[in-house]
Design a protein around this ligand. Structure first.
Ligand code: PGA
Length: 318
């Protein structure tokens, strides 16, 4: 193993992450035979197989899984060291891997614009997915920081609150309840309701509130995107509860409105989270400080963020 090179570990890590020799070779600008040859040398040095092939797919063996974890630790340490060197030279340089829940996409990319302008040496990647998938990534320690509507209950994490995230009742602007004050929540339970998909943090908060009131929602449909839900509301399919941030870009369109319902808004907050044992990198700490500063200037959150603009070297993954 001592004769294995960092390059071999890099190739192994990319194959393990993609589950494919071809995609890993593409990412690293190698030919596939070169990647295969390096993995053969690494496997010979370890003396145990790292992958097994079933049909067309490759899977990590137990040894491969253990090596994948070791690789992450090695590369994280090397990245930290590089950041430390840059920081000592007075530069903020390195990678920031952010993963945010679906609803945070209404402000996180916009916040990144001014951040990237301020620190051009920081390369940011942003992963957007629903709460359940983001929690899986958090438990596997795949990213530097996570933005969530609520910290996980079953993982030891450090959580930093930086912004309010009110959930409001949305209806089409032609709805008969528009303009009424303090609408009882029981009225909303009777309305056809459009719900986010299972695994969504928004859904979790809505179900919690209606359960607390012993109310059952009149579910009309489930949709996996805030944008699709807003279109469905405008199309007259029902009402929904979403973060006020989701209005950032089309509040002005006037086809959607917020209803004044008792027990609303559901007062939530945005949290920046990382695993308890993980020491945030210099770049991650810089971003956290920036988050607080940017959020501190915000009065009307959705509108303020909607106004923010800026180019950012963003790599968006699925
Ligand atoms: P979601 O999460 O986008 O998965 O619904 C939002 C939240 O947790 O507030």
């Amino acid at each position: 193993m001592r004769h294995s090179t960092i390059r071999q570990l890099e190739i192994f890590e990319a194959i393990a992450r993609h589950g494919s020799f071809t995609r890993a070779a593409e990412e690293l600008f190698l030919t596939q035979p070169t990647a295969s040859m390096q993995i053969k040398k690494l496997t010979d040095a370890i003396g145990l197989p790292l992958f097994e092939q079933i049909g067309k797919r490759i899977y990590l063996t137990d040894t491969g899984k253990a090596l994948q974890l070791t690789c992450r630790e090695i590369f994280d340490s090397l990245n930290n060291f590089e950041m430390l060197v840059s920081d000592t030279q007075g530069l903020k340089q390195g990678k920031l891997r952010l993963a945010v829940v679906t609803t945070a996409k209404y402000f996180a990319p916009r916040l990144l614009g001014p951040f990237c302008n301020q620190y051009p040496g920081i390369e940011v990647s942003l992963k957007v997915s629903n709460r359940e998938r983001i929690l899986e990534r958090l438990s596997e320690n795949l990213d530097d920081l996570y933005i969530l509507g609520q910290p996980p209950e079953n993982l030891d994490v450090v959580s930093d609150t930086f912004l309010d995230n009110p959930l409001v009742v949305l209806a089409p602007s032609t709805h008969p309840l528009v303009g009424k004050k303090k609408i009882p929540i029981t009225e909303i339970a009777k309305e056809p309701f459009i719900m986010r998909e299972p695994g969504s943090g928004t859904r979790m908060a809505v179900e919690r509130l209606f359960n607390k009131h012993n109310l059952k929602l009149n579910m009309r449909m489930e949709l996996g995107s805030n944008e699709a839900i807003k279109q469905a509301i405008v199309g007259g399919l029902g009402v929904s509860v979403l973060s006020r941030h989701t209005l950032a870009l089309d509040a002005a369109m006037g086809q959607l409105t917020t209803l004044d319902v008792e027990d609303f808004p559901i007062e939530r907050q945005w949290h920046a989270v990382h695993l308890m044992g993980k020491q945030p990198t210099i770049v991650a700490k810089t971003f956290l400080e920036y988050l607080h500063e940017a959020a501190g200037h915000v009065s009307d959150v959705p509108c303020r963020f909607a106004e923010m603009a800026g180019a950012c070297p963003l790599i968006e993954t699925n």
